[in-house]
Design a protein around this ligand. Sequence first.
Ligand SMILES: NC(=O)c1ccc[n+]([C@@H]2O[C@H](COP(=O)([O-])OP(=O)(O)OC[C@H]3O[C@@H](n4cnc5c(N)ncnc54)[C@H](OP(=O)(O)O)[C@@H]3O)[C@@H](O)[C@H]2O)c1
Ligand SMILES: *[C@@H]1O[C@H](CO)[C@@H](O)[C@H](O)[C@H]1NC(C)=O
Length: 364
Amino acid sequence: MTDVENPQQIQDEIKKICFEGAWAWIIEIVFWCLVACLIMYLIRRLVEGPFYRKPNRVDGKVVIVTGCNTGIGKETAMELARRGARLYMACRDAARCEAARLEIIEKTQNTNVFNRTLDLSSLSSVRQFAERFKAEEQKLDILVNNAGVMATPRKLTADGFEQQMGINHLGHFLLTNLLLDRLKAAAPSRVVVVSSAAYIFGSINKQDLMSEKSYSKFFGAYSQSKLANILFTRKLSEILKDSKVTVNCLHPGIVRTELMRYNSCPKTWNVIKRVIDIFIRSPKAGAQTSLFLSLDPKLECVSGGFYYNMLRFPVLPKAKDAEMAEWLWQESEKLVGLKQSMAAPVKKEENSEMETVKVVARED
Ligand SMILES: NC(=O)c1ccc[n+]([C@@H]2O[C@H](COP(=O)([O-])OP(=O)(O)OC[C@H]3O[C@@H](n4cnc5c(N)ncnc54)[C@H](OP(=O)(O)O)[C@@H]3O)[C@@H](O)[C@H]2O)c1
Ligand SMILES: *[C@@H]1O[C@H](CO)[C@@H](O)[C@H](O)[C@H]1NC(C)=O
């Protein structure tokens, strides 16, 4: 039967071979380096999340991405251009837009990429952008409402809105409404809204929507604007339920972008930041759920959802509050000067007259 001495003998042999002599150290160091690399790789895989890998193209489809000169928006725009889109880059800074446009053209070899000025902190800029776009294109296949600011000092937009609410929600609210006819003309078409899991901290403050009485830059104003993104998504998808225009929103993950620009850490934090960075997504990975919602053929008839890591997630009751969504919609219409409710359209002639009056009033 088995020799009792054997295991001891084997161990002694192993000791001799591996753990004696200088080169044993090298083997050990290499071994632990490999283990460390494997662990790092697994952590990064987990942090980066799933990638959209279906090869479907969008040749000739008209796409608008807001705030796409950097961050998640730029990566979203890059991939859509790579897949053949006719891409309108809607950015507030013309020089940064052009730099990103040239980079996208160079990397994707798609020359149908256009720079357009859109400053979401100004309703007249939103109107100008929409007017020019509508003169150029008869249809819009994909609108990605991506631009945003986070945890800024309290500041007002050109129209007097608290800027996080103004840029993240109201600017996009007006933009989307002005482009609805072009979206309908392209149906099946899609609206993708970049929200955030930060909505869980937020609530819609009916009495103080613009944070005039008290201002909390992240847990107040930012979270409120991101909750508004979800309520907007759900209300719009309900309004559009028979139109083959879908509307979905998402949380991109925690992504290494310029979003923290208003809250930079002190220099001494640099080492800690390096470590934290291991657990933060690259912009390319951060763009994947936006791409999934923009591209995946299986979502053609899916609307009103909140997604993260390319999966549909349930939302808290406050993000499903239909009454609040309705209130916010009505209030937003008033604030941006879109008077008639689409739920109850007014008569056609009256309607177009109102439009002219509004446009004239806005131009002086
Ligand atoms: N990064 C994250 O961890 C994270 C997490 C959850 C949600 N999000 C959401 O993801 C979206 C994209 O953010 P990001 O992380 O990519 O941030 P980012 O790198 O700061 O990019 C934001 C983009 O929005 C543009 N923008 C800001 N204000 C604008 C305005 N008034 N008009 C037009 N464009 C404007 C910026 O243009 P400029 O470069 O000219 O300023 C920039 O292109 C945001 O909606 C954000 O709330 C991000
Ligand atoms: C925008 O793009 C056009 C080409 O389509 C270019 O001629 C123009 O200089 C660009 N605008 C800016 C501000 O760089």
